[in-house]
Write a protein that binds this ligand. Structure first.
Ligand SMILES: [Zn+2]
Length: 384
């Protein structure tokens, strides 16, 4: 026999659904999400059925005490001459600084003239908008120096450690409040409901601490947001208002901070600092290969300026990444080891590691990337 749900049970289910929705995070394809309830963070699961064109959903750890953060590659390549848009509906478009009329950050979007480029976080969109506004009024030489400086900050392990310490300091109490609120709502609440006869006095003793936890969570979130994030005051007010009406949002409030707080760092720097060792080598290897063996351009819509700008930016990222790996005592050569050859395989793609049954040619998946032979790869130097 099916028994109708009581109002209390219905409210608990609704709060539970909102809690689960807080654990799914939609991001552009340039973003990387790390999450864990125990120990070092791991890459968040992103199931195929939750992937869309230019975006994907990451499923975070459901545990209320878990941690998560987001880092992302810039979806634009910035060089002293201009900006190449790499992802999204305007991918392939180049805007010279002389033609750059307007630069604006609007929540998660960066608007360059009429082109809108989506970022994972509004903090990241604002950071790049500020940099581009400075570059726009600078000379070519100044631009090169400013971009290099910005790139070194993105890969700085010491800056990341300092940032992590600061973020932990402002979110520790918030995480504790979130945990107690979760236990109060989903543990103590049902226990009382199903085992004790509800009386007005008991209800007060249940809801008064819940109200105090809720209010404390909102206040701590507002303080942490103000101290750590750079998004606009109207956006910050909107988020605080959401917490005032959603207990599930309070239970995940620390995540809302940490998703934004590391937007200034490159995913590789984040990985070296806090990614689980089992995933670290593969992640760094993939990044290094992508930069060492960029696909050649055969898109007629991509101009010479677009490609030149991409090459300059790619080279800068590669140099900065290699410097960071060296400073972290990570051997670059070991990250570029060839894969173990499958039966019958004669060559492999140095970018995506796909294996082929012929000894030379180009990879089917990576435009123009030459295959390396298993017999000669050890003597083949990586391109400079
Ligand atoms: Zn390939």
């Amino acid at each position: 026999m099916i028994t109708a749900l009581s109002d209390t049970e219905l409210i608990l289910i609704i709060v539970g659904v909102f809690y689960l929705s807080e654990c799914i995070f939609w991001l552009p394809e340039t973003a990387v999400t790390l999450t864990s309830a125990f120990g070092k963070l791991r890459l968040a699961t992103s199931p195929v059925f939750l992937r869309r064109t230019n975006s994907q959903a990451a499923i975070l750890s459901l545990f209320p005490w878990s941690r998560s953060l987001v880092a992302e590659d810039w979806p634009v390549a910035v060089s002293p001459s201009g900006i190449s848009i790499l992802f999204g509906p305007h991918a392939g478009h180049f805007i010279a600084f002389e033609d750059l009329q307007s630069v604006e950050a609007e929540k998660h979007s960066l608007r360059l003239n009429q082109c809108s480029i989506r970022y994972a976080t509004s903090s990241a969109a604002l950071q790049i908008a500020t940099l581009l506004q400075t570059l726009k009024t600078s000379t070519v030489d100044e631009r090169a120096s400013l971009i290099r400086s910005a790139m070194q900050s993105r890969f700085s392990l010491s800056d990341f450690s300092a940032r992590l310490e600061n973020v932990e300091r402002f979110t520790d109490s918030l995480r504790t409040i979130s945990l107690f609120m979760f236990l109060w709502v989903f543990g103590y609440g049902p226990l009382l409901y199903y085992t004790v006869e509800l009386r007005p006095g008991l209800l007060f003793r249940y809801f008064a601490p819940l109200g105090i936890l809720w209010l404390s969570g909102v206040v701590l979130f507002a303080i942490a947001q103000r101290k750590l994030l750079t998004n606009s005051s109207s956006e910050q007010t909107g988020r605080v208002a959401t917490l005032c009406f959603s207990p599930a949002a309070v239970m995940r409030a620390a995540h809302a901070i940490t998703h934004e707080a590391f937007s200034g760092f490159d995913p590789s720097a984040v990985a070296v600092s806090i990614l689980h060792p089992k995933q670290l080598s593969e992640t760094l290897s993939q990044r290094l290969r992508n930069l060492l063996y960029p696909p050649s351009s055969d898109d007629p819509n991509e101009s010479h300026s677009f490609n030149t700008s991409c090459e300059w930016y790619n080279e800068l990222q590669l140099t900065t990444l290699q410097e960071m790996l060296t400073s972290a005592d990570i051997a670059v050569d070991e990250l570029l080891n060839p894969p173990i050859a499958d039966y019958g395989a004669l060559s492999w793609c140095p970018r995506c590691l796909a294996q082929y049954t012929f000894s030379s040619g180009v990879c089917f998946d990576c435009r123009g990337v030459s295959l390396q032979s298993f017999e000669t790869d050890e003597s083949d130097p990586a391109p400079a």
